[in-house]
Design a protein around this ligand. Structure first.
Ligand code: ZN
Ligand code: ZN
Length: 335
């Protein structure tokens, strides 16, 4: 099969990915073999391609927002049928036995592995997934619309819960790409007032079109104090301003897996009055199932920008340059 491979991590403009021939993967005993139909482009793929994340599997095929169909499975798999549509997401496997898994925090499992980082992902004709970590997908949505929900959507949802937004609260979103625009829709459907702070004029327009109460630049103050905020932009320099924008007792959640350094914080204006600063690490399968159920309930809709899978490198370059709003999705044109 043909698959994209990170040959040598580096700036995306220098072409760290190549389209290569790889054998069709053989599913393990507890795994599904999935023919990729669509695969979302996540900022984490960019971090893998550019080397912001250390290499865990040389020549890895990125991609962890896969919508595909089951074409085979290992001997120990039950409950899945050939032809069934499934989702493959970032969290690939956990040990299920450590203290974190035991208390329902499998996102913190030290033995966890990840699709498109530890194992080959969806920028390919075929991929595999442990059956226990495959998602069943809601009907009524096409492959392209579903793909960004599988990481951008799920992580945004966990970030929303980590931001401890009170009912009817005021939520600030710093950055407004694939994840934030999905998170905003759930938050508003649940009664929140959403303020968006982001640099792109197109992204600000999308925010207002989706119903945000305001859209300003990332270094501006929102028009009212925030109960909660989520930092989606991978820019640590935005943290102090986002903390100052919080009301007393407010919470700032950092959604990204990678963040540039956070500058020094001033205690009085940025942390005192019981403001909280939290990170978000991966997600649990329960987060995913909860979010996919909300998608159906609230008609959450991903704004997508399609590319043929054969042009994945271009999609990553456009993501790096902020050339589209919403989420890029690769559509399999290779098979
Ligand atoms: Zn564990
Ligand atoms: Zn992702």
């Amino acid at each position: 099969m043909r698959a994209w491979s990170v040959i040598e991590p580096g700036p995306v403009g220098a072409g760290p990915l190549r389209l290569v021939e790889k054998p069709v993967p053989v599913p393990g005993d507890d795994e599904l073999l999935v023919r990729v139909r669509a695969c979302g482009v996540c900022r984490t793929d960019l971090h893998v391609a550019e080397g912001d994340l250390p290499v865990r599997r040389p020549g890895v095929t990125p991609g962890h927002e896969v919508v595909g169909e089951v074409v085979g499975f290992g001997a120990a798999v039950g409950g899945f049928a050939v032809g069934e549509r499934v989702g493959v997401a970032w969290l690939r496997r956990t040990d299920g036995t450590c203290r974190y898994c035991a208390r329902g925090s499998e996102n913190l499992c030290p033995a966890s592995s990840y699709t498109g980082w530890d194992a080959d992902g969806g920028y390919a004709e075929y991929t595999t997934v442990p059956a226990a970590f495959a998602y069943r997908l809601p009907g009524g949505l096409d492959d392209v619309s579903l793909a960004p929900l599988l990481c951008a959507g799920i992580i945004g949802h966990r970030a929303l819960r980590r931001s401890a937004l009170p009912p009817g609260g005021r939520l600030g979103l710093y950055g407004f790409g694939g994840s934030a625009h999905l998170c905003a829709q759930v938050a508003m459907a649940e009664g929140a007032t959403v303020h968006v702070l982001t640099r792109g004029a197109d992204a600000r327009k999308l925010a207002l079109d989706l119903g945000a109460a305001s859209a300003r630049g990332p270094y501006e103050m929102p028009p009212e104090p925030l109960d909660s905020a989520i930092l989606f932009a991978p820019a640590g320099e935005l943290v102090p301003g986002a903390l100052r924008a919080l009301d007393r007792g407010g919470t700032l959640a950092i959604a990204g897996i990678h963040l540039s350094d956070v500058p020094g914080l001033r205690y009085e204006s940025e942390l005192f009055y019981e403001k909280q600063l939290r990170s978000v690490t991966s997600n649990t399968r329960e987060d995913g199932r909860e979010f996919l159920a909300l998608v159906a309930e609230h008609s959450v809709h991903a704004t997508t920008h399609s590319y043929p899978l054969s042009r994945a490198d271009e999609a990553l370059r456009d993501l790096a340059a902020g050339r589209f709003d919403g989420a890029a999705v690769l559509v399999n044109d290779l098979s």
